[in-house]
Design a protein around this ligand. Structure first.
Ligand SMILES: Nc1ncnc2c1ncn2[C@@H]1O[C@H](COP(=O)(O)OP(=O)(O)OP(=O)(O)O)[C@@H](O)[C@H]1O
Ligand SMILES: [Mg+2]
Length: 458
């Protein structure tokens, strides 16, 4: 039995005693009743004093340490408690027989957790116990977690174990959280009392790296880069760099730039902020918008080359060190400048190797991934012919995917692959005709030039 349990017993004995005294008082005269009350109160005060002293004494010699994590700290919910609750809830859910299922707001699926009040955990072969208790000081349903462990493991538990618990708890929360897709509102709609710089909806794209059709080695390079970035918070801090990563995705329409962003968000469990630059009037507005984004998110600027007023760059060069950087005079009406964006990006583009990702027309390697995704085939007699045609003509993965999409409920790989071959041959023919047409235009232009030159000379 734990020490706390014995105090609970003593407490209930005293409560029982008080009740008995209160009942007896009714049979005694007023004066005696008063002294009885004083006696009980004095005894209680002494008891709580003794209890405190005993607690201190017991704690001094107890082989265990207890750390408490209340649900609320002041008016705010305690994020450590939330992370612990998730971590403890997920502890050996697979083995537990008493489970609790919940589908809460912002959660994308039913979450199953252990429904025990006392849970044992092990870290580096050291045992600890988590106990969930109702808060003794609050009349509401507030709770607190108590972590109990042996005194000799103090450093390990208060250091790496608690870091591990919070990190794991947050990671599980992020995984279960329904991710959001944010878009910026025009500044006319911003209200100071309510922060509504961004509107959001649930982000539900099923895109994954597995389904993206591109060169496998390039794909692996990007995945490795994302992994090392997502785990590199301390490394960035050590270097004194902001923990950000910039990628420039470029390529013809339909080659998978947006699909790649969705796959990155799903892979990292990040939210997406789709920044529509044309509605941002000034660099100041841009700063406000970026300040309102949450950490662990992807900020997307679509068609950056079209939305940026590159001519609005700082024309007078960088301000001298004693000069304050001022906004241009017409800042109220001017658009965001390239320097405004680069300030935010903090040079991460130039600092990273794979920062530029080119998404190209469909290669044979990319086609094989699409064929697996859409038709569930790894190889086929028609693959060779398709490989040759893909080398001879340019077709986007979006168009290849469109042709591979089964037209009937039952998948028919032969029909789909033949339909792709037909589309590739059509595209090849079209490209040939276009090239001939352009060649003829050039020849005619040349002839006309010669004709005019002759007329000028004679
Ligand atoms: N590399 C790819 N891998 C898998 N599917 C792709 C790929 N590229 C395109 N697709 C398919 O084509 C559709 C359109 O692609 P996506 O929107 O990603 O192209 P984009 O490069 O962003 O085009 P845009 O420049 O027009 O924005 C996607 O929904 C996806 O189904
Ligand atoms: Mg796109």
């Amino acid at each position: 039995m734990m020490i706390g349990d014995s105090w609970t017993q003593i407490g209930s004995t005293i409560a029982g005693l008080m009740f008995t005294l209160a009942t007896l008082q009714q049979f005694f005269p007023h004066q005696l009743r008063l002294s009885l009350q004083q006696f009980v109160l004095a005894s209680l005060q002494q008891f709580s004093l003794v209890q405190k002293l005993c607690d201190k004494f017991v704690n001094l010699f107890s082989p265990y340490i207890h750390i408490t994590f209340p649900e609320y700290s002041g008016y705010w919910s305690n994020q450590a408690f939330d992370a612990i609750e998730t971590y403890v809830g997920a502890l050996s859910t697979t083995k537990a027989s008493l489970l609790k299922g919940s589908l809460v707001q912002n959660s994308k699926a039913l979450v199953l957790t252990r429904d025990d009040r006392k849970v044992c955990d092990e870290f580096n072969a050291v045992q600890v116990w988590w106990v969930l208790e109702p808060s003794p000081t609050s009349s509401s349903e507030d709770k607190y977690f108590q972590l109990i462990f042996r005194r000799q493991h103090r450093d390990l538990i208060t250091g790496s174990y608690l870091d591990h618990v919070i990190e794991q708890g947050k990671a599980i929360q992020a995984k279960n959280k329904q991710r959001r897709l944010y878009t910026n509102n025009p500044s006319e709609n911003w209200r100071s009392y309510k922060k509504n710089l961004w509107s959001d909806i649930a982000f539900e794209s099923p895109a994954t790296f597995q389904t993206i059709a591109m060169d496998p080695s390039k794909k692996e390079e990007i995945i490795n880069d994302l992994v090392s970035f997502s785990k590199g918070k301390e490394y960035y801090m050590k270097l004194g760099k902001p923990w950000k990563r910039g990628y420039l995705l470029y390529g013809p329409p339909g080659t998978g730039k947006s699909t790649m962003i969705a796959a990155m968000a799903n892979f990292l469990n990040y939210d997406i902020y789709d920044l529509e630059l044309t509605t941002v009037k000034t660099n100041t507005e841009l700063r406000k918008l970026l300040a309102e984004t949450s950490s662990k998110s992807i900020i997307v600027i679509e068609d950056i080359d079209c939305s940026l007023d590159v001519t609005g760059e700082r024309k007078k060069g960088r301000p001298k060190s004693n000069e304050k950087e001022t906004e241009p005079e017409n800042e109220k009406t001017s658009k965001v400048t390239l320097s405004g964006i680069l300030n935010f990006i903090d040079g991460t583009w130039s600092a990273c190797g794979t920062g530029r990702i080119f998404l190209s027309y469909c290669s044979f390697e990319a086609f094989k991934i699409l064929a697996k995704n859409y038709l569930d085939v790894d190889s086929h007699d028609l693959f060779e012919k398709i490989g040759i045609l893909l080398k001879e003509t340019e077709m986007t993965p979006a168009d290849v995917a469109e042709n591979l999409m089964p037209k009937r409920e039952k998948k028919d790989p032969d029909a789909c692959l033949n339909s792709l071959i037909q589309a590739l041959e059509d595209a090849k023919e079209k490209a040939k005709l276009k090239a001939e047409k352009e060649k003829n235009i050039k020849i005619n232009k040349g002839k006309n030039m010669k004709f005019y030159a002759k007329r000028l000379l004679f």
